[in-house]
Design a protein around this ligand. Sequence first.
Ligand SMILES: Nc1nc2c(ncn2[C@@H]2O[C@H](COP(=O)(O)OP(=O)(O)O)[C@@H](O)[C@H]2O)c(=O)[nH]1
Ligand SMILES: [Mg+2]
Length: 364
Amino acid sequence: MKLGIIGLPNAGKTTLFNALTGQALEVTAYANPASAEAPVGVIKVPDARIDRLSTIYKPKKTVYAEVQCADITGLDRGISGSGQKGALFELAWDADALIHVVRAFEDEAVSHEGPIEPQADAAALDLELIFHDLELVETRLERIENSMKKGIGEGLDVEKAALERCREALEAEQPLRGVELSDEERAAIGSLQFASLKPVLVVLNVSEEAISGEGTAAAVAALSDYYAGKQALVFSLSGKIEMELSQLEPDETVMFLEELGIEEPAMNLVIREAYELLGLISFFTVGEDEVRAWTTRRGDAAPRAAGRVHSDIERGFIRAETISYDDFIAAGDMAHAREQGTLRLEGKDYVVQDGDIINFRFNV
Ligand SMILES: Nc1nc2c(ncn2[C@@H]2O[C@H](COP(=O)(O)OP(=O)(O)O)[C@@H](O)[C@H]2O)c(=O)[nH]1
Ligand SMILES: [Mg+2]
């Protein structure tokens, strides 16, 4: 899974990127120039279940599920009409979802056009995505129509119809994530890099003092209304605090969290929500060598999940020896689980569930 962080200049994208990936890129109080290349980092998906399994197995290696993340610089008001679209094309860096950072924090030292108005900012950037996509739709439709005129447009009807519906939405300044498309239509337009089609996690970046304030709750509610029904989730955090948290040692983190009166870093929630939005789940493999979390899509059958581990295991799939995390913890170990009948042998039609611990049996 890949996430792309977008937002207007000085919204706190790099701050959030650092918090998510543990990197320490420079954060600046001025707008960075558009960049053709986006820094990419790896997010380790926090999972208390993996921590617990690791204390049980004491493996040589503990591996968390990983999500890639890019800090996309240079999107700004008016960018889609300018010659400087590098940053928008960066979205074609095939992100599966976008994290849209919206500024709510007040800070005179950090420049911002006019007063801080989160909803107006969010809508302004969304509009750039929409303009970008409209251009893409029009170019593609023109090509299709030309092909049809020449009599070589066979099989393009579904795509054409889908694109016409997309154009209609975009002309009404609606993002494509709100357009109902069938699987067939999605596949037909799948090769086009539509920015406004990607699911989005909207992060309201608030001041430290405002984390649990009423104003923040109201702003989140208002943004949620604006994004309603558009494959989007909205929540708030303080980028500054999250970045500080990510740079602490684990025991210091616990103390800092207590001081702030919060249970866990908001980053954990960001990652979990991204998982949810994308329909992803985790399953685990365990042993003395390695305890590891893997990512698969909700609804994947066991062989497909096996393929996440290795293509040979998918190809030679025989059975999945499976137990849910909760049943395993209740049993204490695999021997007891087998006695209790909670360790099951599942076949190729078994749909993997979040938290399954699986031992694949396969034949190469
Ligand atoms: N007060 C405050 N400043 C922040 C916060 N998040 C980011 N900043 C500051 O805003 C400026 C821009 O942040 P940066 O992450 O570089 O924004 P980007 O342009 O979207 O990548 C930097 O000076 C940050 O230190 C925050 O939550 N509170
Ligand atoms: Mg930046």
